[in-house]
Design a protein around this ligand. Structure first.
Ligand code: SF4
Ligand code: SF4
Length: 111
């Protein structure tokens, strides 16, 4: 049986925080806790003149991949509400193929 996970293509993450809010609402998470939290790395300027600045949403121990939504045939709340369409959910085999096709600035989370 396949394991499932989340794929996050953070190259296109705008840092809008919608995934955090969607998760909090879906899982009824207390304000001082998080089901997924945005990490920001940068900005800093490289010697070649380009900038490094990444927003990366990181699921926490509270993430159960939205079992109840998925069982009801829906996408996980964070995936459904991501405004940049940069989150995906599915079997890890499919996600790892997408990950390998993408190559960089993409991470997979398997709880
Ligand atoms: S899959 Fe569900 S529980 Fe996990 S981070 Fe996304 S919204 Fe939260
Ligand atoms: S909802 Fe999507 S674009 Fe917005 S912070 Fe989360 S991953 Fe990034």
């Amino acid at each position: 049986m396949s394991k499932y996970g989340l794929l996050i293509d953070y190259e296109y993450c705008s840092g809008c925080h919608s995934c955090e809010i969607a998760c909090r609402n879906e899982k009824d998470i207390a304000l001082e806790d998080w089901g997924i939290k945005l990490a920001s790395i940068g900005p800093w300027k490289r010697e070649n003149g380009t900038w490094e600045w990444n927003n990366i949403p990181v699921p926490t121990q509270l993430c159960d991949l939205c079992t109840s939504r998925v069982t009801a045939g829906k996408k996980p709340a964070c995936v459904h509400h991501c405004l940049a369409f940069c989150m995906d959910y599915g079997p890890v085999e499919e996600l790892s193929k997408k990950m390998s096709d993408k190559g960089s600035k993409v991470v997979m989370f398997i709880p």
